[in-house]
Design a protein around this ligand. Structure first.
Ligand code: 5RP
Length: 230
């Protein structure tokens, strides 16, 4: 199976967690998009679901498929969130944010009773950090914030400079109006410590380390969908 076929397989497989009447968060990215398509099919077939979205991109896709996306503030706690990831490490520690939606994704994940991560098998790694870690930064005084991020990275033996994400040559702006800096860490040996230190910096809105949030991962492999628990 190609990576795209694996993504489609796990997008479909995640339907096993979706029950009639549930409140469901829709993730962002090419894998989550397969889940959104599967959900659209289920809703057309009569399943009653209340849906919220983790990004403008996903809202646009969902609405183009005839789905109604509700405001999370009107919904409250969710039963389920299904989303992709950029890396899946030990204990289902994740790097997310490759699509730039990490803040809204984390806000939705933290409001869901169950979070299911879906990905092609290539995302499963022994040690997090090969995929550059996205860090969302408030634009005001961002240079000072980046300097403090570098100080924290050094404490974790990561001598890498955060690279500002660009799109079409212009700074990438998140749905929340912030900047993204990507750090090619190489290896993150203490994800919990790094996550805590980064989050404590003024000017860091959030980072792409999602720890202790995923309850289960569905991984697309050549031989089918593999279920992985923390
Ligand atoms: C977006 C994300 C995505 O879930 C992550 O980048 C995976 O994307 P894809 O399924 O396209 O590989 O975190 O912010």
């Amino acid at each position: 199976m190609t990576a795209d076929e694996q993504k489609q397989a796990v997008g479909e497989a995640a339907l096993q967690y979706v029950k009639d009447g549930m409140k469901v968060g829709l993730g962002t990215g090419s894998t989550a998009a397969w889940f959104v398509h599967a959900i659209a099919r289920e809703v057309k077939a009569g399943k009653r679901l209340t849906l919220v979205s983790t990004s403008v991109q996903t809202t646009q896709l969902a609405e183009s498929l005839g789905l109604t996306i509700r405001d999370i503030n009107d919904i409250g706690q969710l039963d389920l969130c299904v989303d992709g990831a950029d890396e899946i490490g030990e204990g289902l520690a994740l790097i997310k944010g490759g699509g730039g939606a990490l803040l809204r994704e984390k806000l939705i994940w933290e409001q869901a009773k169950t979070c299911v991560v879906i990905a092609d098998a290539g995302k499963h790694v022994a040690t997090l950090g090969k995929f550059p870690l996205p860090i969302e930064v408030e634009p005001f005084a961002f240079k000072g914030t980046v300097n403090r991020i570098c100080d924290v990275l050094l404490e974790y033996d990561i001598e890498k400079v955060p690279v500002q994400r660009k799109r079409d040559g212009q700074p990438f702006i998140t749905d929340g109006g912030n900047l993204i800096f990507d750090v090619a860490c190489g290896a993150i040996h203490d994800p919990a410590g790094l996550a805590h230190e980064l989050k404590s910096l003024t000017g860091v809105v959030d980072h792409g380390l999602f720890l202790d949030l995923a309850e289960v991962a569905l991984l697309g492999t050549d031989t089918g969908v593999r279920t992985v628990y923390p």
